[in-house]
Design a protein around this ligand. Structure first.
Ligand code: ACM
Ligand code: ZN
Length: 760
């Protein structure tokens, strides 16, 4: 009861803000996402009442009753109405009917809503399911609530819809190896995929960092391969039992989603090789990889026992997944071990192969035969083109679209998932405003506007493009909440680009409908991204006399702020014009959605500073670097360290050996051309300027220049001390980061200091 109350109250607040009127009229704008192929809004409305019934036709009655039951349960949760399911009825009903003569594809449907009845017709149960998802989306968004919501009229506008998808493959991939995501999480995402008519869940189950599926014949895969010791000593673990896999596959099937397992080979296999090192080239021993990027140890291609091992695994995995496809990975397989392995070299000779690239192709061909013997089709990442494509393979084009285009030109089917557009592990805004991600500014409209069959693909090959998929890699998605933050709402853009005909796509319409769809996601407790207030380059803004902060956000929503230290709420002061300060202040600002929901708060400290005096000390060109040894992790670990004699280097382009434990300290001077405020960032552990810590990344996982600061500097030379500790924090080695520090005046791009201004 308490929960009902909370949801009702929350909804009242939301409704107040939004104009999500609880009364629907024929003029209510429609929010169906993805946009249907053909939709005509009619006058009048249909109301769901406690007396409304589902009517299922006679054809495939059991399946229809199952679909009716699925939506009956959902409607009951939100409305409290227990709608009956009947065999006949003509008014106040939702009728589901199979009609094989319909002029839509197998996944398509026709939906007619009149003031008397809702009629959904399709050629298949799947089409009816999608028709019902559209019915749900014609209702107020609270229809997705898991608890009864009071005070809503469950009314939908009258429409005539004829709909079918542009593409048959509408997918999402989830990596559960970098960070494990449990069954409940997976099911939650399947619910959302189904709402938006997506039909393929690609489950990336094995990798260097974790093996996540129980294999009964090789118990060590789950026992050993599912437990990773991170560099900080913490343990990350997780695998699915075969019973859990079956449970997820059945749950997906109830939502017309096919689950595609991915068992990676010949590379990305270190978790398996840690459990069974005999299938590697060197024999091990290994540990699960506790850093990201690409692993050199891969399955040995010269050992027939490797193929027996993989065949046994495939034989166990295939029966768990009734769908047509089996994904074998195939990406990012370094050839270093094969080049040095006598068995692999012997294989190259025996099979008359040119080199280890052809050995990769040999590997994939051999695996393909196993998959074909089960009557399944093989998918691989676009590297499977290397050394000759396996005859039946479907190619998942990720490095760009070229792999897909090449494969299509060879007559192969392709799934488009180019990383530039469809990798949702990228951030959705500016680096200084967003949490960590592999890269930044892959915005909603960028995904939305992706075209899987653009003119880059010759028209006669476009039929080979099965569809597109967004990929959710989880190196930086360490919590389920953050995975959702990255996935949503971009997955909805993917759903629309896969379903809606190109000619009907319209980003502005999508963005408007999204305001309602986000409320539906709220009902499912999805932690979706809300554009952050952007503008200031740092969260600490120094000023000399005064300063002005200008904000915007990527979807032009209103923003609200406080300067009294309190967290902003929906009724805080609206940001309308740039904020000027001639005194110190703390600005807390957030983006406000039409639903009344706020983004995370961005806090900006505005601080008066005096110019740091420059030095007129005589200096020489170049900077100094010193080294200290030891197993160092935090800044405190280098306190009192014995530093080597300095070496003079011309800049920060200094590449230590990544396995070489220790720390490096750069010291010297840089110059600024005028008195003023300068912005700094660094991906290293600590930057001091004129003896003051300006950037501290101590113990933090840093992938990009998130940490920013600004300081007031007098024209001339200033001392710096930059510390880089050779550590692995959260799977990312500090030595993989960009070296040095970057700086800029306000509004210009942060760059490495001009090499000619560096001295010691
Ligand atoms: C991939 O992103 N390595 C398929
Ligand atoms: Zn080998």
């Amino acid at each position: 009861m308490k929960k009902i109350l909370i949801i009702s109250c929350l909804w009242c607040c939301i409704a107040l803000f939004t104009g999500y009127a609880t009364t629907v009229t024929q003029d209510t704008p429609l929010n169906i996402t993805p946009t249907p192929k053909s939709l005509v809004q009619k006058s009048g409305t249909f109301a769901i009442t406690p007396k409304t019934v589902f009517v299922t036709g006679k054809t495939q009655r059991d399946e229809l009753q199952k679909i009716a039951g699925y939506f009956q349960t959902k409607i009951q949760h939100a409305t409290g109405y227990d709608l009956a399911i009947k065999n006949s009825g003509s008014s106040n009903c939702i009728s589901l009917q199979i009609d094989r003569s319909l002029k839509v594809g197998d996944e398509g449907y026709q939906l007619s809503v009149t003031s008397k009845r809702v009629s959904v017709k399709a050629k298949t149960p799947q089409g009816l399911f999608y028709g019902m998802q559209s019915v749900m989306q014609l209702l107020p968004p609270q229809i997705e609530s898991e608890q009864p919501v009071e005070g809503i009229d469950w009314v939908m506008p009258c429409v005539e819809i004829s709909d079918e998808p542009a593409y048959g493959y509408r997918g999402m991939m989830l990596d559960v190896c970098r960070h494990f995501h449990d069954v409940e999480f997976v099911k939650k995402q399947l619910d959302i995929m189904a709402m938006f008519k997506m039909n393929r869940f690609h489950w990336h189950l094995t990798d260097d960092q974790l093996w996540t599926i129980e294999i009964k014949k090789y118990p060590r895969l789950a026992q050993v391969g599912s437990v990773r010791r991170n560099a900080d000593g913490s343990i990350h673990r997780g695998f699915y039992t075969q019973e859990q896999i079956k449970e997820v596959v059945a749950y997906a099937a109830d939502r017309f989603i096919t689950v595609i397992p991915e068992i990676e080979l010949p590379g990305h296999a270190l978790a398996a090789l840690t459990a069974y090192p005999e299938y590697s080239c060197t024999g091990g021993p290994f540990e699960l990889r506790n850093k990201w990027s690409i692993e050199e140890n891969v399955y040995c291609a010269g050992n027939d026992k490797t193929f027996e091992f993989l065949e046994d695994i495939i034989n166990e995995v295939i029966p768990l997944f009734p769908g047509k496809y089996f994904h074998i990975g195939g990406d990012e397989c370094p050839k270093k071990r094969w080049d040095a392995c006598p068995k692999c070299q012997q294989r190259i000779k025996d099979e008359n192969l040119k080199d280890s690239h052809e050995l990769q192709s040999y590997f994939i061909h051999r695996i393909e035969k196993i998959i074909l013997a089960h009557g399944k089709s093989m998918i691989g990442w676009d590297e499977i083109l290397e050394g000759g494509l396996a005859p039946s393979a479907t190619v998942m084009s990720w490095r760009g679209e070229e792999g897909g285009i090449t494969a299509a030109s060879m007559g192969h089917d392709v799934i488009m998932t180019p990383s530039k557009w469809l990798y949702v592990d990228a951030g959705q805004g500016a680096v200084e405003a967003e949490p960590i991600a592999i890269k930044f500014a892959v915005m909603l409209d960028k995904i939305y506007n992706y075209d899987p069959s653009s003119e880059k693909i010759p028209e006669n090959l476009r039929h080979h493009v099965l569809g597109a998929q967004c990929n959710m890699w989880t190196e930086y998605a360490v919590t389920p909440e953050y995975t959702e933050y990255l996935l949503y709402p971009r997955m909805l853009a993917l759903a629309e680009l896969d379903w809606t005909p190109k000619t009907k796509k319209d980003y502005n319409s999508f963005a408007r409908r999204l305001d309602s769809q986000l409320v539906r996601l709220d009902m499912h407790h999805i932690n979706y991204h809300i554009p952050m207030p952007e503008g200031p380059m740092a969260n600490r803004i120094a000023y000399i006399d005064n300063t002005t902060l200008t904000f915007h956000n990527s979807r032009n929503y209103p923003m609200v702020y406080t300067i009294d230290g309190n967290e902003p709420n929906a009724s805080s002061t609206k940001y309308e014009t740039p904020l000027s300060f001639d005194h110190d202040a703390t600005v807390k600002i957030a983006t406000l959605l039409p639903s009344g929901k706020l983004s995370p708060t961005r806090t900006i400290e505005v601080v008066k500073e005096n110019l740091m005096p420059a030095t007129d000390k005589a200096t020489q060109p170049g900077i100094e670097v010193r080294r200290t040894e030891g197993n160092l992790y935090f800044v405190k670990d280098v306190e009192g360290a014995y530093w080597s004699d300095p070496e003079v280097v011309k800049d920060f382009d200094f590449k230590p050996n990544i396995d070489d434990k220790g720390a490096y300290c750069y010291t010297g001077y840089f110059e600024v051309p005028a008195d003023g405020i300068y912005y700094f960032s660094s991906e290293m552990d600590e930057l001091q300027i004129d003896g003051r810590v300006v950037i501290s990344n101590d113990g933090k996982l840093i992938r990009h220049s998130h940490t920013r600061n600004s300081i007031a500097l007098q024209k001339g030379k200033h001392a710096f001390r930059l510390l880089m500790i050779n550590n692995n924090i959260g799977g990312y080695l500090r030595t993989w980061n960009n070296k040095g520090f970057i700086m800029a005046t306000e509004g210009s791009e942060l760059k490495l200091p001009d090499i000619h201004t560096l001295s010691h």
